[in-house]
Ligand binder design. Structure first.
Ligand code: NAD
Length: 358
């Protein structure tokens, strides 16, 4: 589909290319929606196979942020930026690194607040500090809210408890079996939190040392990368890749609950979300379960206060309960209820603005 047709069909506001010859920076910033406020979303740095892949990614991710931010009750819109290149090579070049990120900061500044950058895949809070030298429109700074992963993990725990309450009548995780896919920044922290609450852990990840650490520190049981889909467990917790609930896996899963940190867990939401619903597996919508990180970053825009951020993150429990309740009442898959809630909030606030504008 042609870009303007696509933007018109899915309600995008802006797609901008930025290039800087001296640093080699190639960035694309997408503002999906500013209906609820400036578009907040991370900066992803990847060696994309080609430019079209990067554009596809930034469009998809920016729209996802609109829904995530709206459903979390934040007064911000959705956007995203992607940088095309080799993140590892840049990390090793300290002189170029500063110029590169400050150049990106200038480009962010040129959007005059329509987009707010933050950390994402292959970018760090210290990269954000460089961006902050050139613009105020960046959040998630090392010196302020810091790394979002522990807050994302806290949100995931809240969504898991909401689902556990639905299935078992109480929210205790004691004795529950949880299969964690991915022991990265979020997954390992989550594993520790779950262990502390008495859950029994199955783990898989690409990094063998992390698996060993989870075995020694948390008494976790290692499972194979593919074996995780066939496990008898209470909760399947995807914390690695997207699209892990797909044609191959959706009928293999023997869990009662799916809740994790990964984005876009359902490969094809209308198909796989419906199958999960029909099979009676409770699915905590990904962008609700993993919104703890962005809620924490958002708090920085208001003046950072960790207690206030945690209070908002704990609300993920209530939001997930509400989604499950409506899903049951209307016999509609949870992913769709979350989308409808986000869209309804955006529409309601747009209407409110119309009234004030008179
Ligand atoms: P990370 O890169 O630190 O960790 C990813 C982990 O997944 C690694 O341990 C890696 O070994 C593992 N992995 C990769 N492929 C795998 C496979 N096929 N099977 C099993 N494990 C595999 O990432 P992260 O920051 O922990 O984020 C995890 C997920 O949560 C990502 O999808 C990310 O987009 C999403 N997310 C993260 C945050 C955050 O605050 N970091 C917020 C929202 C969403």
């Amino acid at each position: 589909m042609k870009k303007f047709d696509y933007m018109s069909k899915y309600g995008y506001e802006q797609l901008s290319y930025f290039y800087d010859k001296s640093t080699g920076l190639k960035a694309i910033i997408c503002v999906h929606s500013t209906s609820l406020g400036p578009a907040l979303g991370g900066t992803r740095f990847l060696d994309y196979a080609d430019e079209d892949d990067a554009v596809e990614d930034v469009l998809r991710l920016a729209k996802g942020m609109t829904y995530k931010n709206a459903c979390a009750g934040l007064n911000i819109g959705g956007g995203k930026s992607v940088i095309i290149g080799d993140a590892k090579a840049l990390k090793e070049d300290s002189v170029k690194r500063e110029a590169f990120w400050r150049t990106f900061g200038r480009y962010v500044e040129s959007l005059n607040g329509r987009y707010i950058a933050a950390e994402d895949v292959n970018t760090t809070t210290s990269d954000m500090d460089f961006i902050a030298m050139e613009t105020d429109f960046v959040a998630g700074l090392e010196s302020k809210s810091g790394t979002p992963s522990p807050f994302t993990a806290l949100g995931v725990i809240n969504s898991i408890k909401a689902c556990v309450k639905e299935v078992y009548g109480e929210e205790s995780l004691n004795g529950k079996t949880v299969a964690i896919q991915g022991l990265g920044s979020v997954g390992f922290d989550l594993a520790r939190k779950l262990h502390k609450e008495g859950a029994k852990l199955y783990v898989t990840t690409r990094d063998k040392a992390k698996v060993q650490k989870a075995v020694e520190e948390l008494g976790a049981i290692p499972v194979g990368l593919d074996e995780i889909y066939d496990l008898e467990c209470d909760i399947y917790c995807p914390c690695a890749l997207g699209a892990t609930v797909n044609d191959d896996t959706v009928n293999r899963l023997k869990c009662k609950i799916i809740a994790g940190a990964a984005n876009n867990v359902l490969k094809d939401a209308p198909v796989h979300g419906q199958i999960l619903f029909d099979r009676g597996i409770i699915y905590a919508p990904d962008y609700v379960a993993n919104s703890g990180g962005v809620i924490n970053v958002y708090q920085e825009l208001l003046g950072y206060d960790e207690d206030a951020a945690i209070k908002k993150i704990n609300f993920i429990y209530d939001r997930t309960r509400e989604i499950i309740r409506i899903s049951k009442e209307t016999k509609t898959p949870t992913y769709l209820i979350a989308d409808q809630m986000a869209e309804a909030r955006i529409e309601a606030v747009k209407n409110l603005k119309r009234i004030y504008n008179r």
